[in-house]
Structure formats: C-alpha cells, structure tokens
Design a binder for this molecule. Structure first.
Ligand code: NAD
Ligand code: ZN
Length: 248
C-alpha cells in the first residue's frame, strides 16, 4: 500500500494536467449515501421506479417524496470531507486542473475546486418542467409536493435522470479535458454508469496514467486503471497530499 501511495505521489508530482473523475463514493464520508452497494438507495428501491425520467413524468410527487426531498435534506447538511479537500489542495498545488463529477451535491465547489464539470447536473437548482425557469433549491418551498413554479409548472432537480441525455457541454468539456490529461484520478465511482465510466478509457487511450481510489475493485480495475489504491477517499487523499507536500 505504501508503495502504491508513493507511485501516485510520483505520477502526480510530475503531472502538468491532472484530472479527477469522482462518484458517489467520495461523498459517503460526508454522510451522503451512494446508490449502489451497502446502505445504497437501490437496496430499497428500483432505480427505474424513482430515478427514471418516465417515473418523474408519471408521478412527480412520488419521486419528490422518495428521492428528491430526502436527498436534498441530506445534501443541505453535508460538508466536504478529506477526500474533497484533498482534491482542492491538489488544485492549489497546481497539479489538478479539472474535476469531472457524477455527484450532484456541490461539495467539490464547496471544498474549493474552481473547475468542476457536473456531469449529471446538480440538486442545488430546480428547473420548471413547463417554462424552464431555474430556481435555487434552497429557495423552494417543499411543504407541498411536488413543488411548483410561479407559472404552475412542476419543479424538478436540474439533474440528469436515467433515460435523459448528459448536458452536451458537460460531455464535450469532459471529453476535451480527458483527452489532454496526463494523470486521471478515478475516485469513489463504481464505474458502471455510462458515459461517465468511459472517461478513464479515453484518458488511457490518450496516454494518461489512470489511478483508482476505491475500497473495492471496479470493472476498470486491472483493465483500464494502471493501479488501484484500496481504501476510503479521505484517508488515501490525506496520505497522497502528505507525500506531495513532503517533497516540496
Ligand atoms: P455508486 O453509488 O455506483 O458507487 C459508489 C462507489 O464508491 C463504489 O464503487 C464504492 O466501492 C465506492 N466507495 C464506497 N465508500 C467509499 C469511500 N469512503 N471512498 C471512496 N470510494 C468509496 O456511485 P457512482 O459511480 O457515482 O454512480 C452513481 C450515480 O448516482 C452517479 O451518477 C451520481 O449522479 C448519483 N449519486 C450521487 C450522489 C452524490 O451526489 N453524492 C449520491 C448518490 C448517487
Ligand atoms: Zn415555470
């Protein structure tokens, strides 16, 4: 393990253009549950029943009740953990240029990263399904579900549901920064949701070193990723940052 931390430190110290791809796992230590795996929402609910665009159109009140309201309350209370802070520190050190995140919790921006691509949108904003107006989630009255816009349209999270397209600019920019990166950190993602999971493949094709940080292997492990550092994002990032700072 020490050997793998040293390997990561060596590659990051030499990097000019590192990029991180993050997933729900990096926010678990902030108290936000993942969807898959132990304690995940999908243990209790079928994703197609509550996180598919058809489910939202069919029964928005139910989707708000089961998915949006609880997740919003949890996200409202959450703060960045050492995993997010480590990525922000990597940017301050001039190593990390962009974070591509599948998360919708805003914690990378709160930690201090300045270029965050929200691949699956955000829960910080709601969008009217009728007039397309955007409203900050914290200003939405969720006492009656589903909440509505002034025009009477239903408000929905400005996030990507299953069956919807990735925001084109997010996809295009992610592909662009990935094609230029020399190191990609893949942190806390099960790497099964496409097209986000194909970014490490594009990075590898472009010649980057791909380093995974996750307590469990993923479909990318040993195939696309050069090596996996097994463990929680917070503890591993702390060790990587200590290693990098010791060299300066
Ligand atoms: P996922 O739920 O499919 O997988 C989580 C991954 O994190 C797993 O591989 C797991 O082994 C790993 N993990 C667990 N604990 C960890 C830790 N302490 N440190 C690092 N890794 C850890 O997550 P995904 O791949 O991001 O895909 C799920 C989708 O759900 C995403 O598209 C995202 O939009 C959405 N989601 C977001 C949030 C959030 O914003 N925080 C939360 C739940 C789901
Ligand atoms: Zn409206």
């Amino acid at each position: 393990m020490d050997h793998l931390i040293q390997r990561a430190v060596k590659h990051l110290a030499a990097a000019q253009n590192a990029v991180a791809l993050t997933g729900a796992g990096i926010s678990i230590e902030s108290g936000i549950p993942p969807f898959r795996g132990k304690g995940g929402l999908w243990e209790k609910f079928d994703p197609m029943e509550i996180a598919h665009i058809d489910a939202l159109i069919r029964d928005p009140a139910r989707v708000w009740k089961i998915l949006v309201k609880d997740l919003k309350d949890i996200i409202d209370r959450a703060a960045p953990n050492d995993g997010h802070k480590g990525l922000a520190r990597l940017e301050k050190l001039g190593i990390l240029k962009t974070v591509i995140t599948q998360n919708i919790d805003g914690l990378h921006q709160m930690a201090g990263n300045t270029d965050v691509i929200e691949f699956h949108g955000t829960f910080a904003w709601q969008r009217c399904m009728k007039c397309d107006r955007r409203i900050e989630t914290r200003k939405v009255d969720a006492s009656v579900l589903p909440p509505r816009c002034g025009c009477s349209g239903i408000l929905r999270p400005d996030a990507v549901f299953f069956g919807e397209m990735i925001p084109p600019v997010a996809l295009w920019r992610s592909q662009e920064v990935t094609a230029r990166c020399d190191v990609m950190l893949v942190v806390g993602t099960s790497a099964v949701v496409q097209p986000a999971a194909s970014m490490p493949i594009l990075a590898k094709q472009a010649g980057a070193v791909v380093i995974e940080i996750n307590p469990e292997p993923t479909p990318l492990t040993g195939v696309v990723c050069d090596f996996l550092i097994l463990g929680d994002a917070g503890a591993i990032m702390n060790r990587i940052i200590s290693g990098l700072e010791a060299q300066r």
